[in-house]
Ligand binder design. Structure first.
Ligand code: SF4
Length: 374
C-alpha cells in the first residue's frame, strides 16, 4: 500500500505546482495512508488494516459494505475518517454509457464533477483535480467559473473509487483514468501523483492507462518526468503559434511554445511514451490550413511524433463562438494525415449533460464575455 504524503488544499498560486510545504496530514478516509488507518485501528490485529485496504481499493466497497470488519469498527472509522464527496446529482447520456457525477466537497460547497464513460472495450473515468481552474482558457466552462481550491489526494482517489463502484454494477472494471476534468492537474502535482500511485499500486490500473493532461505547466512536466511511472502525457495545445495561443491559453505567456516543446522532448527522452496533443476545434479561429501546417510541424518535431486528438469545441455560454463543423474537422484531420501526423477525431461524450471536454463547470454561473479578439 502507498505510504505517500497527502496534499492539503492550498491557498497559494494555483498556476504553480503545489510545494511539499503544502503537503500535510490526511483529512478523510481516502486521504489516509495504511499507517494512518492502522493508527485508527490501534489494538486490532494487523490483518484488519489489510482487509480494510483491500475493501476500499481492490473491491471498491463502501465502508459499510466491508463486512470483514465489525460494525463497531466501521462506525469508528466513519466517525474519525469520513468520506469527502457528497453526491449532489448523477446524470446519464449516450444511452446510459456516459455518467456525470456532480459532487459537493465535505468541507464546504465547492462543486466538482467526475465523468464515467463506458466503451465497448474499456471503461474510463475522467477526474477533476481542482475545484475550478485558474488557467482561464476562454473556451472552457471550468476556466470561466474561476478557481476555488486544490483537491486533496483523497478527493481525487474517491472520485475513481466511487465511479468504479458504479461500473461494477454493470460488471465492468475501470481500466483507464484520465486527469482531464476540472482543473489543471500539474498545478496540483503532488496530490495527482499520490493518486496515481494509489490507482497503480492499489487498484491495479496500469501506468499506460493513466493519462495526465496539462495546458503546458513546464515545471510540472519536468516534475512528472522525474516520477517513476511512465504515465501518458496529453498537452492541451489548441494553437501552434504563440500569438494565437497567448489568447486561447493564457498560461502560454508564461511558458511559450518553445519552452513547452523542449519540456515535451525531455519528457519523451526519459519516458519514451508517445505524447498526445489535444486540439479543441474552434470555427474560424484555429482550423485553417495554416493552423494544420503549424500543428503538424510541432507534432513532427517530437520523436515519436505526437498523436493529435481533435475535439470539436463544445458550446459554452461564455465563449460566443462555435465549434468547427464536421466537414471542417475532417478536412483538418486530412491535412494532418497528409503531412504524416496521426490524428483522431474525438467523439464527444455527454454533450447533452455538459460532461464533454471544456464543459465541466459544476453548475456554476458562467459569465458571458463575448467573442475573444482572435
Ligand atoms: S481547459 Fe483545462 S486548463 Fe484551461 S481553464 Fe479549462 S480546465 Fe483549466
Amino acid at each position: 500500500m502507498s505510504n505517500k504524503r497527502q496534499h492539503q488544499p492550498g491557498d497559494g498560486d494555483a498556476t504553480e505546482p503545489a510545494t511539499d510545504a503544502e503537503v500535510t496530514r490526511p483529512r478523510s478516509l481516502y486521504d489516509a495512508t495504511g499507517a494512518q488507518l492502522a493508527a485508527v485501528l490501534a489494538g486490532e490485529p494487523a490483518y484488519r488494516v489489510k482487509q480494510l485496504w483491500a475493501g476500499l481499493y481492490e473491491q471498491c466497497k463502501a465502508l459499510d459494505d466491508i463486512t470483514t470488519l465489525s460494525a463497531p469498527l466501521r462506525a469508528k472509522l466513519n466517525e474519525e475518517l469520513p468520506t469527502s464527496l457528497l453526491l449532489v446529482r448523477e446524470s446519464a447520456s449516450d444511452k446510459g454509457d456516459t455518467i456525470k457525477f456532480l459532487w459537493r466537497l465535505a468541507d464546504g460547497d465547492h462543486p466538482i464533477e467526475t465523468v464515467l464513460m463506458h466503451y465497448a472495450d474499456r471503461v474510463t473515468v475522467c477526474v477533476s483535480t481542482q475545484a475550478g481552474c485558474a488557467m482561464a482558457c476562454g473556451f472552457c466552462a471550468t476556466g470561466q467559473a474561476g478557481f476555488s481550491r486544490q483537491l486533496t489526494v483523497g478527493e481525487i482517489v474517491e472520485q475513481v473509487v466511487r465511479a468504479s463502484r458504479h461500473a461494477k454494477q454493470r460488471k465492468q472494471r475501470v481500466a483507464n483514468v484520465v486527469f482531464m476534468g476540472m482543473g489543471e492537474p500539474l498545478a496540483n502535482e503532488p496530490a495527482v501523483w499520490s493518486a496515481i500511485e494509489r490507482f497503480h499500486g492499489d487498484m491495479g490500473i496500469s501506468a499506460r492507462h493513466l493519462t495526465v493532461s496539462t495546458v503546458g505547466i513546464v515545471p510540472g512536466i519536468r516534475t512528472l518526468a522525474n516520477r517513476p511511472l511512465p504515465v501518458n502525457l496529453a498537452v492541451s495545445l489548441h494553437a501552434a503559434r504563440n500569438e494565437l495561443r497567448d489568447d486561447l491559453v493564457p498560461i502560454n505567456k508564461r511558458y511559450p511554445l518553445e519552452e513547452l516543446m523542449t519540456a515535451c522532448r525531455d519528457y519523451l527522452r526519459v519516458k519514451n511514451r508517445r505524447i498526445s496533443f489535444e486540439w479543441a476545434m474552434i470555427a474560424g479561429v484555429n482550423d485553417s490550413a495554416r493552423d494544420a501546417s503549424e500543428l503538424a510541424k510541432l507534432a513532427l518535431s517530437l520523436k515519436p511524433t505526437a498523436h493529435v486528438n481533435l475535439i470539436p469545441l463544445n458550446p459554452t455560454p461564455g465563449f460566443a463562438t462555435r465549434g468547427t463543423d464536421a466537414a471542417g474537422v475532417r478536412r483538418f484531420a486530412d491535412r494532418l494525415t497528409d503531412r504524416g501526423v496521426n490524428a483522431t477525431i474525438r467523439r464527444n461524450r455527454g454533450t447533452d449533460i455538459d460532461a464533454a471536454c471544456g464543459q465541466l463547470a459544476a453548475g456554476q454561473p458562467v459569465v458571458l464575455t463575448g467573442r475573444r479578439s482572435v
